[in-house]
Design a binder for this molecule. Sequence first.
Ligand code: PMV
Length: 364
Amino acid sequence: MTEKDFLPKHTEALPESGKVAWKAPSNIALVKYWGKKENQIPANPSISFTLDACATRTTLSFQKKETTSKFSFDLYLDGKPKADFKPKIEVFFDRIAEYVPFVKEYHFVIETSNSFPHSSGIASSASGMSALALCLMDLERQMQPNMDPSFFMRKASFLARLGSGSACRSLEGDLVVWGKHESIEGSSNLFGLKYPFKVHDNFKHYHDTILLVDKGEKQVSSTVGHNLMHGHPFAKERFKQAYQNLTSLQAILKSGDLAEFVKVVESEALTLHAMMMSSNPYFILMKPNTLEIINKIWSFRKETQMPVCFTLDAGANVHVLYPESIKESVIQFVQDELVAHCDNGHYICDRIGTGAKKLIIPKK
Ligand code: PMV
């Protein structure tokens, strides 16, 4: 598929007004996306677990307006106006207008809330952008009632990508690939693809306990971080490595080899941060407690031989990943040894999820 496949082809008239709502999950990358080309095209393919508990709920109310020259919307987070999110949505609307021109025809009220604490240091851009993209596609579907369900998801992912790259992996469960990889048929730089191969039972119901090490705002945004990969001395090798890691991970997901899984996932996390530390200008997002936790996970794994590992996103928080079979021991370990390194002892117990859901709006 190409960009052209997502250009509009409405058959029915635009509805006057209405309201739709979607809940979309967050995701955690196993092979990381870090570095992009123009138009939100990733420099390498990535793969993520879709999460379950960490999610955004968005209600989109729409009302036809007179003039179509500008975008018009109000934005609320947890019921309160959120002016500082507006520029990001404005950029998003601008990028997607070619594909969903009706965005200029309406005044929107966007009401959004996150399941995870507001300032938890967990990025809400992936779940937030995918929930909004799904709402917009729901509106488009009203003008094209025979839309194919797989096209609906694909275009929603395509739109979400234009809001925040990794958001295109936040629609379906339980593993999603984004970026062209020769051995994954249907994979694309334009949208996320539900992992098309059979996955070993070891990876069913995988857990992700998110340790909130630093709940503050990140000092360096991911937009800036991605840009620093242009001209980065190790960029070319890094993109090659990510591609190869996705190849290795395919064999691992098939065989259920947890020891190899641990190696690939931890190496990806540390390489992501190594890229940040070797950018120009360089920066560090990990905190002392991030390293304390990593060392404790390594000691615990050595002592118990249990396949628990960590990954990191673009921040200081640590995602502790482990299979269902060892969940009691790991939760105990988290409580006994790791909680002490979390901001106010906060952590979130999450697990692999099944993807976004349409929400029923109660009739008044
Ligand atoms: O989608 P962005 O632009 O916020 O970038 C996300 C980058 C990482 O979370 C660090 C990695 C990834 O693949 O999700």
